[in-house]
Ligand binder design. Structure first.
Ligand code: GDP
Length: 456
């Protein structure tokens, strides 16, 4: 689970407010200590933690009582809002040139995942219909050039666990005898000739920051006049990542950061500190070794995950990739109005199955955060089971699950027609109502309504 440690440390804070009726100056003292400790443990830098705790405390004391909302829930909401703010509030989109090729210049220290990001980014942009070209400027590491060629080209080299095939983009290389700024220039010319939409320029990484690297980057930047200069940083390095973003920004001027290895057991410090410390947003995050594991950085969803509330929005969005758009909107409406029925259940289930990576999706479904591989296999099996039963229902029963809840006779028929037991049918019916309740609750939070208890 991403940032699992932070999530559970924060839980200590909420639990201290159980039984309280309002938030007071006195009763938030202990929870605030927990929050402070949790953030420091997550490797958020001290000045950031201080400002954060200050901001949360001020709001907590001033907050009015809302009927039906407990003080711990109120504190969760305040912390959530502040986390979103801390991470930059809105998602920060990539900027593209109005005409001619857009140039994305990538910088970063060695081993942070820069080369992998090049290929992932090309894959990501191609999915949006943009043609891309990689330019290999990492002249000090011939291996990096080969790696780019392997990642980017048509050839049949297999690369770790790519599941959607090779990235298939042209890679411009000029060998190792040419200066990076020169390679950049040639690469850009080539891209213009070929009418490429986006040029992704990979540059040399070093183990540490040094003068030569910075000067070289400046030269390349001057040559390319890029629309984006992105620093790739490793989430595992915590607040150090934020410090690097600051340094690179002061030295060469960057437009944002890409945070990699968010799937590992990073503690959260980098994700939480980069914007606040450097003033530059995290634009994209890498969450695995596969080509499709690069996504925009959504502060609100990240906050949701940190607080362990699951993430219905991400979930609905993933489902959208597979389902038709109007279906998904319809689904959202249905969730809100508690009309979510077996048809939706089936549609969604099929979509999830199609998406394959169950574990990823599961992490986003409320209440299913802490799921093991064995449970995932179990879930996949139950998909097959569910499908048979839902198909044995009449259209009316699918739309009105209440019919099945009320009638053992109907459940018996469904069981017989699908070759399952009555108990299995009963379980499925109650599962649907649970799902409905859970989603309703969560959508309530997102709409700014009352906040449900954190865990079911
Ligand atoms: P570079 O030296 O910065 O170019 O780094 P590479 O792109 O060669 O990546 C270094 C290692 O990190 C490789 O083993 C990658 O597979 C791995 N890696 C890169 N991005 C991610 C990520 O988001 N998650 C995980 N788990 N591994 C990654």
């Amino acid at each position: 689970e991403m940032f699992g440690q932070l999530t559970s440390s924060l839980e200590a804070a909420w639990s201290k407010l159980k039984g309280e009726e309002v938030l007071t100056k006195e009763n938030i003292v202990e929870p605030m200590k927990d929050i402070r400790r949790a953030l420091l443990e997550a490797d958020v830098s001290l000045p950031v933690v201080r400002r954060f705790v200050q901001a949360v405390s001020e709001q907590a004391v001033g907050v009015g009582v809302i009927r039906g909302v407990t003080p711990d829930q109120q504190l969760v909401k305040i912390v959530s809002d502040e986390l979103v703010k801390l991470m930059g509030g809105e998602v920060s989109e990539l900027v593209f040139a109005k005409s001619g090729p857009s140039v994305i210049l990538l910088a970063g220290l060695q081993g942070v995942g820069k080369t992998t990001v090049c290929a992932k980014l090309a894959f990501y942009l191609k999915k949006q219909g943009k043609s891309c070209m990689l330019v290999a400027g990492d002249v000090y590491r011939p291996a990096a050039i080969d790696q780019l060629v392997i990642l980017g080209s048509l050839n049949s080299f297999s690369y770790s666990v790519i599941s959607l095939g090779q990235v298939d983009v042209p890679v411009y290389t000029a060998g190792t005898g040419v200066k990076p700024a020169e390679i950049a220039k040639q690469g850009l010319q080539e891209a213009k000739k070929k009418n490429i939409d986006v040029v992704i320029m990979d540059t040399a990484g070093r183990l540490q920051i040094d003068r030569t690297m910075m000067d070289e980057l400046k030269e390349v930047k001057q040559e390319l006049n890029p629309t984006e200069v992105l620093l790739v940083v490793d989430a595992m390095t915590g607040q150090e990542a934020a410090a690097l973003v600051t340094t690179f920004n002061l030295e060469i001027g960057i437009t944002g950061a890409i945070l990699t290895k968010l799937d590992g057991d990073s503690r959260g410090g980098a994700a939480l500190s980069v914007k606040e410390v450097s003033g530059k947003p995290i634009k994209l995050v890498g969450r695995g070794e596969r080509m499709e594991d690069l996504e925009p950085f959504y502060p609100d969803r990240m906050a949701g995950r940190i607080l362990g509330m699951g993430d219905v929005l991400s979930f609905v969005e993933k489902a959208q990739e597979v389902m038709r758009v109007e279906d998904a909107e319809d689904l959202q409406k249905k969730i809100m109005s508690a009309k979510y029925d077996f048809n939706d259940f089936l549609k969604q289930t099929k979509a999830i199955a199609q998406m394959g990576s169950m574990s990823r999706i599961m992490g986003m479904i409320p209440g299913m955060g802490k799921i093991t591989p064995a449970q995932i296999r179990e879930a996949e099996k139950s998909l097959i089971l569910m499908e048979a039963m839902i198909e044995a229902m009449t259209p009316e029963e699918r739309e009105k699950p209440e019919l099945l809840a009320e009638s053992p006779v109907r459940r018996k028929r469904v069981a017989q027609d699908s070759g399952k037991t009555e108990q299995q049918v009963s379980q499925l019916v109650s599962q649907l109502f649970q799902m409905r309740a859970r989603m309703k609750k969560l959508m309530g939070v997102m709409e700014g309504g009352s906040i449900p208890a954190l865990r079911d």
